[in-house]
Design a protein around this ligand. Sequence first.
Ligand SMILES: [Zn+2]
Length: 158
Amino acid sequence: MGRRFLWRKVSSIPQVTYFKPAGIRLTELEEVKLLVEEAEAIRLKDLDGLEQEECAGKMNVSRTTYSRILDSARQKIADALLNGKAIRIEGGNFEMATRRFRCIAGHEWEVPFESLITSSPEVCPECKTPSIMPLFPSGIFPGKGQQRRHGQRNVNRL
Ligand SMILES: [Zn+2]
């Protein structure tokens, strides 16, 4: 029987996903992999300054889980910063708090997750075609380096 897993809710994916220290040869460069939900945990707490309980709520996890994600994120960032390692943000187990749609003509747009509960979009906001489909059904980055998502907009919903 498979383990039930709760997806961590993430409201935005960082636009820059690779950080490299200056003056270190690529061959000598070590890399730290920061999961997308770890970046989100840092964003909520350290950037937005939310209380831990609020952060946990936004990510749809328990406080214990949230604090474990946050600790892991901080540990990785400290390791990279102080030991001169690169940081790659990718992978993890998360679900976007927004859904992305695409129409048959290739227009893409995002809809806040909450608004989908009441109504799904019916036409493309740009060309009004009803031929639309949702993208990235569960927002999973496979974590194998195949997720260079250029053009991913930063969605700030506060
Ligand atoms: Zn369209």
